[in-house]
Design a protein around this ligand. Sequence first.
Ligand code: CA2
Length: 146
Amino acid sequence: MKTIFVLNGPNLNLLGARQPEIYGRETLADVEANCRALVEPEGYELRFHQSNAEYQLIDWIHEARTTACALVINPAAYTHTSVAILDALNTCEFPVFEVHISNVHKRESFRHHSYVSLRADGVIAGCGIQGYELALRRVMHLVGAA
Ligand code: CA2
């Protein structure tokens, strides 16, 4: 069975609880349920995680390196700061997609630069939580039957 990792960075555990005008009212549990409903009937295994710790995200990327066929990541604020996450992603040979719930390019200038985009095969921003499903559809198209 092919495994897809979906990783979420700091503060995304608060999704739905704060700033609904930017991030919407749905929770991270809703995001996970939507992702599962999309990929599991197609026969893929989904590993869905969130952490506020940079090292934990890196450890999951390392685990994905040897077990996964693709990875979708919303690195949250680490998008704009983390060379360490970029370095970890650069060790992965499978498709990597970067997702942002908000349109980072419509926001503060410090959100316009992404280290992760230097590795990502595709970037989806500003499509709300639907961006995760869009990324997963692209992943399934690329990696083929589970
Ligand atoms: O738009 C996105 O998905 C972001 O990755 C979200 C990050 C932000 O730093 C990026 O620039 C863009 C912030 C995640 C914080 O999530 C919250 C969700 C609800 C309430 C408070 C924070």
